[in-house]
Design a protein around this ligand. Structure first.
Ligand code: ADP
Ligand code: MG
Length: 742
């Protein structure tokens, strides 16, 4: 287009330049552009050569006023002006005017840029001729029919070009352009509009000599032109934020054409005669002000929703076909990828329930949609169960919000609970409670609780090797910390399996409220005690457990030494016995042989003498070893006492921790305390008894303590150990005191 439209030659010779193509093919937004201003001089035989001169590049007009003009311009007034423009059209054909002024604006409108072309000037200077042209002569047709032609909408030219418009009114033609891509796949399309504005005459009132209605009209027209000018000046000032578009209909109508994102051209029509020089000057001044205005042309891109949907549907169908091919290659038949209906969702819900109950081992993976629905149903089932548990509790208990202090104090006043929220005078805990009671605490149901814990023990043993029952690496539900089976008919929680034994504490359920953030929110069923005890030993009980173990090893070491000492003592004793026997033999032998006496002294032979010495030595050894043994026993008893203390603390602290962690009701807490009624069912006695104890340890104990005959029962053994520990403690203290005195 450049080549075509660039420098063209009028028959009079001047060069013309068309619009620069600054926005085409370059960045579509962000480039600011000035309003292009052109001047078209109406052809005349009486051209004022001495007053109007064009610059060599045809981009400027110099006006020179003679001092002796008819209206007597005062001497000291300015007589010379120079106006810089984008082009001067002198004796230009309609063709050239269109090429220079309008062609690019229209071309860019077809690319999505709004465009505005305005003709400004005094009445009769050729605005209408420029914009519309003469109707009878095709060659003389103006910008509007040519623009329609360029936009390939010839059909409607006739009806529009016929319209006559008054010199005293503004006339705006708007061509709406909507351009869709010829390729069907493109859902993007552009919209734009071209405003072709034939402004009313700009002449000043004094000059036109109007009167009455015409004067009024002219005043009005001039007003709107001055509003247009104000708006344009405001637009030219980059610092101005408010542009007065609403002042009149003209500026309002041109709002989105003057400012913002459009290509804008101002064509100023002037007379070439000396007599019109003042109006010509006024028009040129307007043009030069207009030149300061910048706009930012941008494409008006839109999306054809209908076409877009059609394209997406096509794409979807294609992908489904692709998937079908894939499935048949992978030997997967009858896989349906459509959204699930209610029946299918219900089936998944049932699968999830059966899976949670344990009656279904695996949920087969079919496709992504199904996996998502499985997870969805997990959530549904979980929240249903939460509600079921809560409503079961509500049937049994009156639940009061722990944060509802008013309700709590009311209950306290009524004497139903003490300050700690514990029930008063209701040992069975039935009928009333604060907070959520984790499970039945009624004595009649204790056996049930026991069973629950036993189940937990067995399930916790089971789970060690078992990973997620869901097959397939893609779907691993083992990441969930807890798993609840669906509630039984009574709504009681039957079982709970703790996964991830590595975690030192029981993870809170995600749905718990943040109000209880200080303590880990308790799961609806506490974990089995042996499991919890392992956890406890790793966290809060770690220090006491460490000391316990340390004491234990010292105790074991002392016991070992005591055992060795005892063996040595026994050996010495045996040797003493043998020596005594030998000595007795020697004695009897001597008695048989007759005794020698020398000055009252018994004479014995050397053999007997040696035996006596040996016995004496053995006795000494015996005493030393025996003393060692006694010291060791004292130490052992002392250590035993420490170990017992540690064990007791470990268990007590564990119980506190356990109850704190899992909010076991008070009456049950009592029962759970060491020596409590239901411990044997929950934590095996062997477990309690064998806290860190090994076989050697037990053996030493048996060696040290003479057990009464037939104390088979663990309870008896237990009681005995306890009583003895008490005695031993006192003995130890005494022994230590003695040792100190030595
Ligand atoms: P305006 O709309 O500015 O008041 P018009 O376009 O009506 O002026 O022009 C007044 C007269 O001058 C019309 O008869 C028109 O045909 C004629 N005229 C204006 N400009 C030209 C031109 N460049 N070439 C030939 N005739 C022209
Ligand atoms: Mg006109």
């Amino acid at each position: 287009m450049d080549e075509e439209a660039a420098p063209k030659r009028d028959k009079n010779g001047p060069k013309f330049h068309c619009l620069p193509h600054s926005t085409q093919g370059s960045a579509r937004m962000g480039t600011r552009k000035k309003v292009h201003t052109f001047v078209r001089v109406k052809p005349t035989d009486d051209f004022a050569h001495e007053m109007i001169k064009y610059g060599d590049d045809n981009k400027s007009i110099d006006i020179h006023l003679k001092k002796d003009t008819r209206r007597g311009v005062v001497n000291n007034q300015q007589t010379d002006w120079s106006f810089k423009l984008d082009g001067v059209l002198h004796n230009a054909s309609q063709d050239l005017v269109y090429e220079t002024v309008a062609k690019d604006v229209v071309a860019q409108a077809l690319d999505g840029y709004n465009g505005t072309i305005m003709c400004y000037g005094q009445t009769g200077a050729g605005k209408t001729y420029t914009m519309t042209g003469t109707t009878e002569n095709y060659k003389h047709r103006g910008i509007l029919p040519r623009a329609l032609q360029q936009g390939e909408t010839n059909r409607i030219i006739a009806s529009h070009t016929m319209n006559k418009n008054s010199s005293r009114s503004h006339c705006i033609f708007t061509i709406y352009v909507e351009a869709h891509s010829r390729t069907l796949s493109d859902e993007k399309y552009i919209t734009s509009k071209i405003n072709l504005v034939d402004l009313a005459g700009s002449e000043r009132l004094g000059k036109s000599g109007s009167e009455g209605r015409v004067l009024k009209e002219a005043t009005y027209i001039n007003k709107s032109l001055s509003f247009l000018e104000q708006a344009i000046i405001a637009l030219g000032d980059q610092k101005r934020e408010h542009i007065p578009f609403r002042q009149c209909k003209l500026t309002h109508a041109l709002k989105d054409s003057l400012g913002g994102n459009c290509n804008m051209v101002l064509l100023t029509n002037i007379y070439g005669e000396a007599a019109q020089l003042e109006e010509t000057l006024s028009s040129l001044r307007f043009a030069s002000r207009m030149k300061l205005v910048t706009t930012e042309p941008a494409v008006n891109e839109k999306y054809d929703a209908e076409r877009m949907v059609k394209n997406l549907e096509k794409e979807l169908a294609l992908l489904k076909q692709e998937l079908a091919i894939h499935d048949s290659l992978a030997n997967r038949t009858l896989v349906n990828y459509d959204p699930m209906d209610e029946i299918q969702i219900a089936e998944i819900n049932s699968q999830v329930r059966r899976y949670l109950e344990g009656t279904l081992d695996e949920i087969d993976i079919i496709n992504l949609r199904q996996i998502q629905e499985v997870f969805n149903q997990f959530r549904v089932v979980l929240s249903q169960q939460e509600q079921e548990v809560e409503s079961a509790l509500r049937r049994k208990y009156t639940l009061i919000d722990k944060n509802d202090f008013a309700a709590i104090s009311a209950v306290q006043k009524a004497g139903l609970v003490d300050v700690d929220g514990h029930l008063v005078g209701e040992p069975d805990g039935q009928g009333f409670g604060l907070g959520v009671t984790p499970f039945s605490a009624k004595p009649g149901k204790k056996s049930k609780s026991k069973k629950t814990f036993k189940e937990q023990l067995s399930s916790s043993a089971r789970k060690e090797g078992a990973s997620s029952p869901v097959s397939g690496k893609e779907l691993d539900v083992s990441t969930s910390k807890t798993q609840l089976t669906p509630s039984s008919k009574e709504g009681d929680v039957k079982d709970m399996t703790i996964r991830e034994r590595e975690t030192s504490s029981i993870e809170p359920l995600p749905s718990d409220s943040p109000k209880e953030e200080l303590r880990p929110p308790r799961p609806s069923t506490p974990p089995p005690k042996p499991v919890a005890f392992e956890d406890f030993k790793n966290e809060r009980g770690s220090e006491i457990n460490r000391i316990f173990k340390e004491n234990k090893s010292i105790l074991n070491e002392r016991r070992k030494r005591a055992s060795e000492t005892t063996q040595r003592i026994n050996a010495i004793k045996r040797e003493m016995d043998v020596t005594k026997e030998a000595l007795n033999f020697q004695k009897s032998l001597r008695e048989k042989q007759g005794e020698y006496e020398n000055k009252g002294l018994m004479i014995i032979d050397e053999e007997e003498f040696l035996l006596i010495l040996k016995l004496k030595d053995l006795k000494k050894q015996y005493r030393t070893e025996y003393q060692d043994l006694r010291d060791l026993r004292a130490e052992i008893q002392y250590c035993q006492h420490l170990v017992d203390q540690c064990r007791h603390r470990l268990l007590t602290e564990f119980d506190i921790w356990y109850n704190e962690s899992f909010f076991i009701p008070e009456d049950l807490q009592v029962a759970l305390k060491p020596g409590g009624s239901i411990r044997p069912g929950m934590v095996p006695v062997s477990r309690i008894m064998s806290l860190g104890e090994d076989a050697q340890d037990k053996f030493s104990q048996l060696q040290q303590v003479l057990l009464p005959e037939g104390p088979d029962s663990v309870a008896f053994y237990n009681a005995k150990v306890k009583t003895e520990q008490k005695h031993n403690y006192l003995k130890t203290m005494m022994g230590l005191q003695q040792a100190h005195r030595k």
